[in-house]
Structure formats: C-alpha cells, structure tokens
Design a protein around this ligand. Structure first.
Ligand SMILES: *[C@@H]1O[C@H](CO)[C@@H](O)[C@H](O)[C@H]1NC(C)=O
Ligand SMILES: *[C@@H]1O[C@H](CO)[C@@H](O)[C@H](O)[C@H]1NC(C)=O
Ligand SMILES: *[C@@H]1O[C@H](CO)[C@@H](O)[C@H](O)[C@H]1NC(C)=O
Ligand SMILES: *[C@@H]1O[C@H](CO)[C@@H](O)[C@H](O)[C@H]1NC(C)=O
Length: 887
C-alpha cells in the first residue's frame, strides 16, 4: 500500500466512523414551562420453575409520572434539574382470580400514608442523559425509595453506541448501547454489577444458586424528547444441584409520553444548590444504587417462647428423618435472632441427649451471640464434655461459610492446657479446614490464618514423632492452600512411609493447575525410586498424580514399562487404573494414553493380558441428572500374599463444574501376614495395625486406629459387643445463602436458601478368627432438606414463593472376605435403599386488603438397588456367598 492509498483508507475510515456516530439523535432534554406527563406501568411476576401451573404471583401497577424542568446550568445546557413525581397509582394483582384495587381513595391508614409518600417528588440532577444525583426532602420508607430509584434509572441513557460503566439502581454495571434511527437499546450486564455487599453464600458453589439475569431497555426518542422507554428484565434463580427448583422473576417497566401541558417557569438561581434550596427544605442526596433490606418475619418462632415450651424436653432425634433436619433448620434460624443469655440458658437446660443438637445449631447460626454463648458453655478441660467437643469442632469444620470469629473461638479453645489428645488432633485438622475455607473467601491474609499456617509448618519441622507430623500434614491438607505445595513435596520425598503417604494424599487433592513440572519431577523420582526406595502406597500415589495430571507420552510410557518390573499387585493396580482412564468417557488425559497404546512400538495391549493379582482401581457413574454427575470410586490394593493392604472408597459429585467429595473412606491394614501365618512378612511394613481415615463433605475427619499390635487387637476383639459403632451422627448446615436481587423497576427481591443434612453413619466389623472370615459394614442413613425462598416486595404488595424439598435415603456398603483362601476372596456390596422424596410449593401474596396462600406438593419414591461394581467382584461374591450358604 502506498502513502496515498493509505491516507485515503484513513479518510474512509474516519468518515464511516463519524457518520455512524452521527445517529440523528439529539441528547435528550426537557424544555422549561412545560409539564411532561408520562404513563408509567410496572409488571412483575414470580413463577416457580418446577410448577408453572401454580402460576406464581403477578403484579401490575399503573401511575402517571410528571416531569418538569426546574433549572438549567447557565453555561452547560446539558445539566438540568428535573422534578419527577408519581401520582394516581393503581395496583392490580392476581393469583388465580383477578383482583384489582385503587389506592387513590384511602382504604386504610397505612395505604394512604404509602400513597402520600409515593407522591413526594424526587429531584434529578441530569447531566446529558446521565443521572448525576437524586435529591429528596426526607428519605422515608426504603421500599418507596427503591420504587423511585427504579423510575429514575429509566431516565439514564446516551445517544451513541458503545459500552460504558454506569451507575443505577442495579449498581455500577457495564452497559452497552446500540443506536438505530430513532431508538436506543440499552443492554445491562447484571451478572457483573458492583454494589454494596448484602447477604452471604456457601463457599462451595455446589451448595449455591445459579443466577441468570437479563436486562434490556428500548428507548424511542424524537428530536431531543424521550417518547417512551420499555425495560424488560428477567432473573432465573435455581439450585445448582437441581435446577428445576427455583424461580423466574420478571419485571417490565413501561414509560410513555401522554401529553405536554403548560407548566411552571424555570427557577431562578445560578447554581444547582440554590435551585434545590428553592424547592426543598433540606435537600438530601440519596444514592441511586439499591439498598436492599430483608423482610422482618413477624411470625417466625422466637427462642424466648421456645425456651418456655421445649428447652427441657427430650425430643425425638432420629437423624435420618427429615423431620429432625427441618427442626434443625428452624432452630438455626431462631438462634440467629436470639440473645446470648437465652442461648446459654438453652445449652445449659437442655437434656443431655439434646445438647449436641443445640451446639451444632449454635455453630451453624454463627451469630456473635451464639458464638459467645458457646465460648462460655464449652469447657475443653472437662473430660465429660469430650464427645460434645468433638461435635462442636466438626460442626465448625462443616460450616458452609465460617467467620474469623469462629476460627478464633476454635483456636482459643485449643490453646487450653491438658487437652485430651484426640480432641487436640481433631481440633488441628478442623483448624486446617477453617483456614482453607477462609482462604477461599479471600481472607487468607488474616493474622490468625497466617499465624496458624506458620505454626503448622513450624511444628512439622520441630516434631520428631511420626503421628504428630501426620496430623500437622492432615491439617495442611484440609486447608489445601497452594502455598503448602512445597511443604507437601518435601515430606512426600523425605518423610517416613506414613508421612510421605499423607503428603502425597494431600497432593492428590489439588486440581491440575497446581500440579506444576516441579511437582511432576518429584512424583517421577518417587515412583521410579530414583534417589531412594519408597513404600508401595507412596509410589502408587505418585503414579496416580502423574496419570491424572496431563502426563506427557514419555511419562506415561515410563509408567507403563515400569509395570513389568514392579511387584504384581502394584502393577495390577496401575494397569487397572490406566484401563479405567481409557474406557472412561470424560477423563481429560484419555487421548494421550490411548495414542500411546496405539503405538505398535510400545507393544500396546500386551500389558493388560496379565491376570496375576487382584488389586483394582475403578470409577463408576452412580447417577446422572441434568445438573449433576455422581461417581463411585473404589481402589483396592492387596499385599504380595493377597491380603488387603489398603482400600479407598469414594463418592464424588460434580455439578455445573463445581465439585464435592461427598465421602471418602480409606481403610488400611498392615502386617496381617504375621498373625495369619500366610506367607512371608512384608519387609517394609511390619507393624501390625488397622485403621480408617475418612473425608466427609470435603472435610477431613480425624483418622481412627482400630488396633495397633496383636495385644490391642485381642483386647478390642474380646471387649467388642458386636454392636455397630456410631461413626457420625448429627446435623450439618450444608447450604446457607441469602442474595438480594434489585429489580430495575424498584421492586425488591431477596432469595434465601437453607439446606440441612442429617446423618447417621455406623460401622461394624466382625471377625471370625476360627473361620478366618472378616466382615465389615458401613451403614449410612441420611435426610436432606432444602428450603428455597424468593420474596418480591413493593411498598403496596408482597409475594413469595417457597419450595421445600426433602429426601430420606440410606446406603449400605458391606465387605466380606475369607482370609484362609489364597488369594484372599473378597466381596463388596453397595446397596442403596429406597429414596423417598417430597416437594412442597407455597405461593403467597398480600397487599393492603388481601392475602392468599396456595400450596401444592408432590411425592416420589425411587426404588432401592444394588450398585453393580465390577465383574471380578461379582464372581468372588458368588463364590463367597454360596460358600457360606453351604455351611
Ligand atoms: C379505580 O379507579 C379507576 C379510575 O381512576 C376506576 O375507573 C376503576 O373502576 C377503579 N377500580 C376499582 C376497583 O375501584
Ligand atoms: C423467565 O421469564 C422470561 C420472561 O418471561 C423468559 O424469557 C425466560 O425464558 C424465563 N426463563 C425460564 C427458565 O423459564
Ligand atoms: C432435563 O433437561 C431436559 C431438557 O432441558 C428436560 O426436557 C428434562 O425434563 C430435564 N429432566 C429433568 C429430570 O429435569
Ligand atoms: C378492606 O377491608 C376492610 C375490612 O375487612 C373492608 O371493610 C373494606 O371494604 C375493604 N376494602 C376493599 C377496597 O376491599
């Protein structure tokens, strides 16, 4: 391109740009001496997503709006002061039958007060179509102010295309203008508006809401006169885990110029303040951004009343029943509004069996009063309180949105001298969990958090005891903050077997973005034992980390080649994992691995033809819904003599790209060869022990040692009652969410979500020494309740939709093994019992003279089933079960 062509090109560009910018529209304005009268219509609807037949709630309001120019900047004609006044308001609403009422005549004192306040004018400082400030005489009722903010927001526009940041009732938002001949289209990106904080939400987004808002406003402008504005907005809010539970809130504002009448003259005065002083006694500048407020619940139960009726009562507490979980939610809400004194009375006077229920509720309530009451009530030096303290600590760890105050409370209690060692261990792990959650809330910089992380790292360095190191690592694992990765790497490579295994189990929980090349190099050194030998458990964990995090073809080939040299059970385990990845539909590294296996030089599938060993690693889909995928994973690693060395069972949920480790149970057994006389004792791990470590709802629990050493086994075996032991029993607040949705129309919506889980997990182990049979069973019974509520509020109208969902379920996970056979026979069974499910919708609305409530429900049961595991397992079950029948 030569210079001339280039400059022509530039001119063409310039002209096309300038013509498109000159879009025949003039900056909107108002003339003095004219009263512009608009008709203003507001429509709003609240509809339950799952039950459109229930209609929901509809509201329509009509009014007249007068606009007058009061003042114009003497040197800047774009700056105006406008008086905007709403009058002749009429409200219609319907739920089923049509209802209509006029608020023009005073139907009740309240209505007429509202009416008078609505008619108070607002004064808009308008700068070339943008809202520069709004003024009123008295701030008045919040909901009426909102209505005025909504109307004023409609007066904000510009006449050239482009994306700008604008502040209106929705907050400070990105707004895109598209101009065509006489119309202006304004599209607001509601998802990213900035506004003052209101409400709260659960840290794990899986327990939150999906929110899809849209907002569009069309303006017609003639000359410089706004002829009409039509704004449409919708918000779909639904549960992340079940998007059919939710609401659609729509709102429509329509402003249309009806007439122009002779009006008053422009006010004298040079400045804006002078002009304002002429019309307002005490002009008050109010912010344009919505100031949401929560409805005060007059009918909600009060702790004071509850204390009189129920405090000393022993209530029926079956944690697997939805009724108990509902009660838990109710008590939590009650405690949120209660005084410390009353909460302390409740904790002190409750019957012994009920105390832990109230402690869990007080932690979940997380108000200053409830935390202070707990501080006074809990006594960590009191040995009798030990079970209660563990419940308190776990309740803190399960908190869906812990606060700094909760962390401080836990830390202050743990600083007491002479703590029970188990409580101290639980406390350390729980602290890690709290730190992790606070960091996810971007509170990692808090002094308490930083100090605690430093202490953990310091303890790790200073302690010589393996068990102590393991607990410190578990605490850091619970926090799962990226800055701990170098610490984990160090202990993975340098620590003793248990320390290294714990550090590696922590690294396994990080998402791929954190598994850097440094981590991968260390994993290769561990798996291939480049510098020193490692335990089987560590080597396999290192290999799993490599396989799960974008392995290069070379890394994969090296692992594959190693499977020919390592011990058969380890090899079997890895090959089983690789096969699982190849056969999965969505493993991210599936293709790399398939490509390598296709390469004839690698001698491909020959690797998988071996049938030595019984170890396995597999992942099954348990259930798929529109919103979630739940999986069941099982890993079994047998020792060289065919005894179970380690089993890992995990249940995971994936929903809208958020994850939850619902449960993971790791059972470990070491050194059994010695007592059963089965073959040679494994060289590296000769101490005889069995233990369990579990993760529940992303929270690591304190590891439990069933027995350590032969004498311990015998004494526990002799003392065991054969009764199942309780593992977890109690209530957890899973979902805790409150969100304000300011509608552009000035109606206000608040969405709240509260979800509770009641759990009763018990386990039993039966060992028949003579038959050498071992049976274990984990029984999980639970109830889930979800209370979803959306409220829509206007000064003259209130509506709400409530969806209450409950489910009761139970699963059993049983294993049976015959240790006398070689290889050991082992059968696993996972059964899900019938699930009962119930959903109730309530729509209610009320206004000055009217109130209705409609309720509808549905019920469902899902039949029980046995979850198919894997082929080899079914065969072993057949042999084992038929064998026991013969006896
Ligand atoms: C409300 O007022 C309008 C006139 O402003 C009247 O036509 C209408 O009948 C009234 N409606 C009721 C229900 O009173
Ligand atoms: C919500 O309502 C808006 C407006 O009526 C509609 O466009 C949208 O499709 C609705 N969304 C759902 C999920 O029903
Ligand atoms: C899943 O989504 C499809 C399409 O969006 C819908 O037709 C179906 O009813 C949904 N299923 C459930 C169980 O919600
Ligand atoms: C409002 O309720 C009162 C008392 O029930 C009744 O007397 C009045 O007529 C009602 N007004 C309207 C407009 O329905």
């Amino acid at each position: 391109m030569n210079w001339q062509a280039a400059s022509t090109y530039c001119w063409v560009l310039f002209f096309s740009f300038s013509t498109s910018a000159k879009e025949n529209l003039e900056t909107p304005s108002f003339q003095p001496g004219i009263l512009y009268q608009y008709r203003y219509t507001l429509d709003s609807q609240l509809i339950a997503l799952a039950k459109p037949s229930l209609q929901g709630s509809k509201l329509r309001a009509e009014a007249l709006v007068d606009v007058k120019l009061l003042w114009k900047h003497p040197n800047d004609g774009g700056q105006l002061l406008l008086q905007v006044q709403i009058h002749n308001l009429q409200v219609h609403h319907d739920l089923g039958e049509k209802k209509s009422q006029n608020l023009t005549k005073s139907q009740s004192v309240k209505a007429s007060l509202t009416e008078a306040e609505i008619q108070q004018p607002v004064f808009l400082h308008w700068n070339n179509g943008k809202v520069a400030g709004i003024y009123v005489d008295k701030a008045g009722s919040p909901l009426i102010l909102e209505l005025k903010r909504g109307l004023i927001s409609l007066f904000q526009m510009q006449i050239h295309s482009g994306t700008v940041s604008e502040e209106d009732i929705s907050g400070s938002c990105q707004v895109t203008y598209t101009i065509s001949e006489k119309t202006v289209l304004k599209t607001k990106d509601l998802q990213n508006c900035i506004r003052p904080k209101f409400g709260f939400s659960s840290i794990n987004k899986i327990f939150g809401n999906l929110w899809q808002p849209t907002s569009k406003t069309h303006y017609t402008v003639e000359g410089n006169l706004i002829k009409s504005a039509l704004s449409k907005e919708s918000h779909t809010i639904s549960l992340t885990l079940k998007s059919s539970v939710g609401v659609n809130i729509t709102s429509r504002q329509h402003l249309e110029l009806v007439t122009q009448l002779p009006g008053s003259k422009e006010l004298p005065g040079k400045g804006l303040q002078e002009a304002l002083a002429a019309v307002l006694e005490k002009p008050q500048l109010i912010q344009i951004t919505s100031e949401p407020s929560k409805r005060i619940c007059a009918t909600c139960p009060k702790l004071r009343t509850y204390l009189k009726k129920h405090a000393r009562k022993k209530l029926n507490m079956d944690f697997s029943k939805a009724s108990t979980t509902w009660r838990f939610g109710k008590v939590v809400r009650m405690l949120r509004d209660a005084k410390k004194r009353d909460i302390l009375i409740l904790l002190k006077e409750a019957p012994e069996e009920m105390v832990s229920f109230y402690v869990e509720a007080a932690v979940a309530a997380q108000s200053t009063a409830s935390l202070t009451a707990l501080t006074e009530f809990l006594d960590f030096r009191n040995k009798k309180q030990a079970p209660l303290l563990e419940k308190f600590l776990y309740a803190a760890a399960f908190s869906p949105r812990p606060s700094k105050e909760l962390l401080q409370l836990v830390l202050s209690k743990l600083n007491e001298k002479n703590l029970d060692p188990d409580i101290r261990e639980t406390g350390m792990i729980v602290t890690g969990s709290l730190i992790g959650k606070l960091c996810q809330m971007k509170l990692c910089g808090l002094q308490e958090v930083r100090l605690q992380i430093e202490t953990l790292v310091q303890n790790l360095k200073s302690t010589k005891k393996v068990s102590e190191k393991v607990i410190n690592l578990l605490s850091l694992k619970s926090a799962l903050i990226p800055s701990s990765i170098p610490t984990f790497l160090y202990y993975a490579e340098e620590g003793f077997a248990d320390v290294s295994a714990t550090a590696l189990s922590a690294l396994q929980r990080y998402s791929p973005q954190y598994i850097s090349n440094t981590v991968k190099m260390a994993m290769k050194r561990i798996f291939h034992q480049v510098q020193k030998p490692y335990s089987k458990i560590s080597r396999l964990a290192a290999a799993e980390i490599l396989l799960d995090n974008d392995p290069t073809p070379m890394d994969f080939i090296n692992i594959l080649l190693a499977t020919r040299e390592i011990e058969p059970e380890m090899s079997r385990f890895l090959l089983s994992k690789i096969q699982g990845i190849v056969h999965s539909h969505n493993h991210p590294n599936r293709q790399v691995i398939k490509d390598v296996l296709k390469d004839p030089q690698i001698n491909n599938y020959y690797f998988f033809s071996t049938d030595v060993g019984s170890s396995i690693s597999f992942l099954r889909t348990l259930a798929v819904t529109n919103d979630s995928l739940s999986t069941f994973g099982l890993e079994l690693l047998f020792s060289g003599t065919g005894l179970l060395r380690k089993s890992t069972t995990s249940f995971n949920i994936l929903s809208h790209s958020h994850q939850l480790q619902a449960a993971q149970v790791v059972l470990e057994a070491k050194g059994f060869e010695g007592i059963l006389g089965g073959g040679d004792v494994a060289d590296e791990e000769d101490d005889f022990m069995a233990g369990m470590s579990a993760v529940l709802l992303d929270v690591q629990l304190r590891p439990i040692v069933f027995f350590q050493g032969y004498a311990d086994l015998m004494s526990k075996f002799l003392m065991s009652t054969g009764e199942p032991t309780s593992v977890v029993k109690g209530n957890v607040l899973l979902m805790d969410h409150q969100q304000a949705i300011p509608l552009q129309s000035g109606l206000q919506s608040v969405v709240t979500l509260q979800g509770g889980l009641g759990l009763d997990v018990s386990s039993d182990i039966n060992m028949n020494m003579w038959e050498q049979e071992l049976k274990t069973g984990i029984k999980t019974r639970g109830a889930l309740t979800i209370d979803f509520q959306a409220e829509l509020d206007a000064p003259f109208f209130q509506a709400s939709i409530k969806s209450q969902t409950e489910a009761e379920m139970a699963t059993n996970f049983n294993t049976a093994s015959k240790l006398s056979d070689n290889p050991v026979l082992m059968c696993l069974q996972l059964t899900e019992e019938q699930v009962s499910y119930r959903e109730i919708f309530t729509v209610s609305e009320s206004s000055v003279n009217h109130s209705t409530t409609v309720r509808k429900g549905r019920k469902n049961t899902i039949p029980g089933r046995e979850v198919p595991l894997h082929q080899a397992n079914s065969e072993m079950c057949k042999i084992l079960l038929s064998g026991s029948r013969e006896q």
